[in-house]
Design a protein around this ligand. Sequence first.
Ligand code: ADP
Ligand code: ZN
Length: 221
Amino acid sequence: MNIVLLGGPGSGKGTVSNLLEETQNMGHIATGDMFREEIKNETDLGKKAQEYINKGNLVPDDITINMLKGKINQFKDFHGVVFDGFPRNVEQAKALEDMLEEQGQKVDLALFLDIPDEDIIYRTVKRRICSNKECGAIYNLEYKKPKVDGICDICGSKLIQRKDDNEETITERLKVYHEQSKELIEFYEEQNLLYRVKLHASVNITKEMIKEWLENYNKNR
Ligand code: ADP
Ligand code: ZN
C-alpha cells in the first residue's frame, strides 16, 4: 500500500510517517528531510533549494521531481511507501503517478490531516526535532515534551529547531499551502482515494488512531 500524506506544515505528517514506518513496515520518503540533508551536505541541489526553503516557498517542481527519481525503487522490500511532503501540487501528483506506474504500482490512499491554521502556527513554532536522522522523533514544547529538556527520549540525541520553523516563514508556507492544496485534494477526491481526519494542535497522534483510520478507510471503500 502506498500512502500520500496531505496537510499543512506541522499538521502531523512526520509523526504519522514515523508510526507507519514502525507499525506497517513501510518505506518513508520525506522531501523536506531530503532537502535538509542536501543543505547540510552543502550540495549544489542543497544550495539551490535553500533559497526557496528559507523564504517558505516551494522548491521548483523539476528540481523536486528529479530528486525523487530512482528513490522509490529503493523500497522494493517494504510494505509500500509513505510519501510525506510530496506531492504538493497536481503537477507533482501526476509525476508521482508516472513514477509508481513504472514500478507497477499506484497511490492507494491520500490521507489528509486537516488542522486549523491557528493551530499550525502554534504547533510549528513549538516544534523540536531529533538531530539524529535515523531517529527523526518529533516533539512539541507544549503538547509532547521530551522527558529531559532538549534531549530525545528515544535515542538521547540533542533536539533542534528547524530553521524554517519561525513565524515569518510559517506564514508564507501556510499561504503557499492554501494556494496549492485545494486542487490537490480535489485531484485525490475525484479518484476516490481521499480520507480526511480532523485534528487539533493538542491531539497526540497514536498507533491506535492510525490503525482505526486505515480500518475505516478500507471499510468505506
Ligand atoms: P512542512 O510540512 O512542515 O512545511 P517539509 O519538511 O515537508 O515541512 O518542507 C519544508 C520545505 O521544503 C517546504 O517549505 C518547501 O520549501 C520544501 N519542500 C518540501 N517538499 C517539497 C515539494 N514536494 N515540493 C517543493 N518544495 C518542497
Ligand atoms: Zn532521537
